[in-house]
Design a protein around this ligand. Structure first.
Ligand code: ADP
Ligand code: MG
Length: 235
């Protein structure tokens, strides 16, 4: 469970990205939705302690603050909106393996886990490739593999389908459906949200507008008044 208590986050002393936001996230799969610039990414990154903030966030009762970040980041896997911020090793294999290797896991076990994850995401043919030279969609899948292979208790995924073609997008949705972990998705892919989530948190200009079940995604008025459109299937 994630408790967000009166959190405000300001960039450059002027841009209020999150504005006195209070909510609790405890559903198995939750979507944070909102138009561009509404604060979705800032909210997700604040859960793993990437911003100074006013207010407090607790992850399963542990407060997000410097001395707890090691514990929190072990428990929470975070997928950046931009895969270039996630990939920094030379090869795809090294990148997916990075977290496991830094935990000191045995090389053979690492190899087994990395290969199994790569097969599941259909990127096993990329393992020897240089990350920098992949397409946007391929990079997204590699970054996701690096997060999933760690088997964290909670997954924070920022726009996981943004760069994917329809086939890879469908595959990812099915994989996410099958995962046992709690998932929090920041997304403007409301069709994906409709397929996956139990709960929806709508934010606008850094403020909580409303929280509800996925029927919210069929409510044209509330979506449109916050800069969003109905999922394609309801248009
Ligand atoms: N590193 C940054 N420096 C300054 N402003 C930022 C930075 N990151 C985001 N912002 C601003 O904060 C607000 C929220 O951004 P963001 O959390 O990325 O929204 P979303 O993910 O919903 O598109 C926007 O106004 C954005 O321009
Ligand atoms: Mg974002």
């Amino acid at each position: 469970m994630i408790q967000i208590n009166d959190v405000s986050i300001v960039y450059d002393h002027t841009i209020i990205a999150i504005n006195h936001l209070t909510t609790t996230i405890h559903a198995p799969v939750t979507a944070i939705i909102g138009e561009n610039g509404s604060g979705k990414s800032t909210l997700l990154t604040s859960i793993v302690g990437l911003h100074p903030m006013a207010g407090s966030i607790l992850v399963d009762g542990i407060e997000v603050k410097k001395e707890n970040l090691h514990t929190i980041r072990k428990r929470v896997g975070y997928l950046f909106q931009n895969p270039d911020h996630q990939l920094f090793m030379n090869t795809v294999y090294e990148d997916i393996a990075f977290g496991l290797v830094s935990q000191g896991m045995d090389q053979d076990v690492v190899k087994e886990k990395v290969e199994a994850m790569a097969c599941q995401l259909h990127i096993d043919d990329l393992l020897a490739r240089n990350c920098a030279k992949l397409s946007g969609g391929q990079k997204s899948l590699v970054a996701l593999a690096g997060v999933l292979v760690m088997e964290p208790d909670i997954l924070l995924l920022d726009e996981p389908t943004a760069f994917l073609d329809p086939k890879a997008r469908r595959r990812i949705i099915n994989i996410l459906k099958s995962l046992p972990q709690s998932i929090i998705l920041a997304t403007h892919d409301l069709d994906m949200a409709y397929d996956l989530v139990d709960e929806v948190i709508l934010i606008h200009k850094g403020m909580l507008i409303t929280k509800g079940d996925k029927q919210m995604l069929t409510n044209k008025d509330i979506l449109e008044s916050n800069g969003l459109e109905l999922p394609l299937r309801f248009q």
